[in-house]
Design a protein around this ligand. Structure first.
Ligand SMILES: [Zn+2]
Length: 276
C-alpha cells in the first residue's frame, strides 16, 4: 500500500475508509487525506492538521461528491461491514475514473482469523472472505479490475500483551492475555509465529497467512507489491532479510532479530520463493 501511496502527489485526494487511528502514516505523504469511520474518538475529531480531515460517516452513504477521490483505502475493514456490497457501490461512485482501490482482508478460512474470532468472541468480523470470492464481488460491483495482489502474513499481533486500560474493553474470553506472565506470553507468541512459518515452509501449508492485499483499478499500477513473510509480532511491520542489520546466533536456520521498526525480539525464518 505504501509503495502505491508514494506515487500520489499534493493535488491528489485519498479516502481512508474505516480509518480507526489511521491505516497509514498520513503526515508522510503530500496528498490530502479524508479519514472516516462510523465512530471516531473525540481526540481525532478535534485534530486540525494540514492535509488531513477526519469525519464520521456510514460507509454505505459516503458524504462526498461523485468522482472526487483518487484512491480509496479499505485496510482490514470490509470484514467488519455487514452491508459491504453497498460500501463497494459507494466506492464506485466517489472514485475518479483513473483512481484505484486498495483492499486488505483476512482469509476467512485461515488460522489467524479463526483464532482472532475465537479469542475476541467474533471481534466484529461479520464477513468471511475467500480470495476468489472477494475479487469477483469487487469487480462486479465497482467495475474495476484486479491489477495486483499480494499475500499478507500474520504476526498474531492481536495476541500481544495489552495494557490494563486496553484489556478493559476486551470481551471476557480475551482477559487471559493480561493475566499470562510477561515472559511466558512473549515466548508463546514468538513460538506460534516461528512454528507456523516453519510448517508453511516445510509443508507448503498456509498457517501463517493472514490474508491478502488487492489493488483494483482500470489500469495496471507500475510498482511491485511485495509480500513480507516475516512480520513483527509486536508492531506488525514486514521485515525483509535485507532490512535487518544484525541477527543473533540461531539454530536450524531460525535467526532471532530485533524488529527495525519497534525493537522487539522476533525469529526470522527464510521466506519461501516469491516473498521477501
Ligand atoms: Zn516491530
Amino acid at each position: 500500500m505504501d509503495s502505491l501511496l508514494s506515487q500520489l502527489t499534493a493535488g491528489n485526494v485519498v479516502l481512508d475508509l474505516g480509518c480507526g487511528y489511521g491505516s497509514f502514516h498520513y503526515e508522510a505523504y503530500p496528498f490530502r487525506t479524508l479519514a472516516t469511520d462510523l465512530h471516531l474518538p473525540d481526540e481525532l475529531l478535534k485534530i486540525r492538521r494540514p492535509g488531513v480531515e477526519y469525519f464520521q460517516a456510514d460507509s454505505n452513504t459516503i458524504p462526498l461528491r461523485n468522482e472526487s477521490v483518487d484512491a480509496v483505502i479499505c485496510h482490514n475493514t470490509l470484514e467488519h461491514f455487514a452491508a459491504y456490497e453497498e460500501t463497494l457501490s459507494e466506492i464506485r461512485r466517489v472514485l475518479k475514473p483513473n483512481g484505484w482501490l486498495w483492499i486488505a482482508v483476512p482469509n476467512g478460512d485461515g488460522l489467524d482469523d479463526r483464532l482472532y474470532r475465537f479469542v475476541f468472541e467474533g471481534g466484529g468480523h461479520v464477513n468471511r472472505f475467500t480470495f476468489n470470492g472477494l475479487v469477483e464481488k469487487v469487480q462486479t460491483i465497482t467495475g474495476l479490475s484486479l491489477v495486483q495482489a499480494c499475500d499478507l502474513f500474520s504476526s498474531f499481533v492481536f495476541l500481544a500483551k495489552p495494557t490494563p486500560e486496553r484489556a478493559a474493553g476486551f470481551p471476557r474470553t480475551a482477559h487471559f492475555l493480561l493475566a499470562v506472565p510477561e515472559e511466558f506470553h512473549r515466548f508463546a507468541v514468538i513460538a506460534l509465529n516461528t512454528v507456523t512459518r516453519l510448517a508453511d515452509k516445510a509443508l507448503g501449508s498456509h498457517y501463517s497467512l493472514y490474508g491478502w492485499g488487492f489493488v483494483f483499478a482500470h489500469q495496471r499500477p507500475a510498482l511491485p507489491l511485495p509480500s513480507f513473510f516475516n512480520v513483527c509480532r509486536q508492531c506488525g511491520s514486514g521485515c525483509a532479510e535485507t532490512h535487518i542489520q544484525h541477527f543473533r546466533k540461531g539454530v536450524f536456520g531460525m535467526r532471532p532479530y530485533e524488529c527495525p521498526h519497534c525493537g522487539e525480539l522476533n525469529v526470522f525464518v527464510r521466506p519461501p520463493t516469491g516473498h521477501l
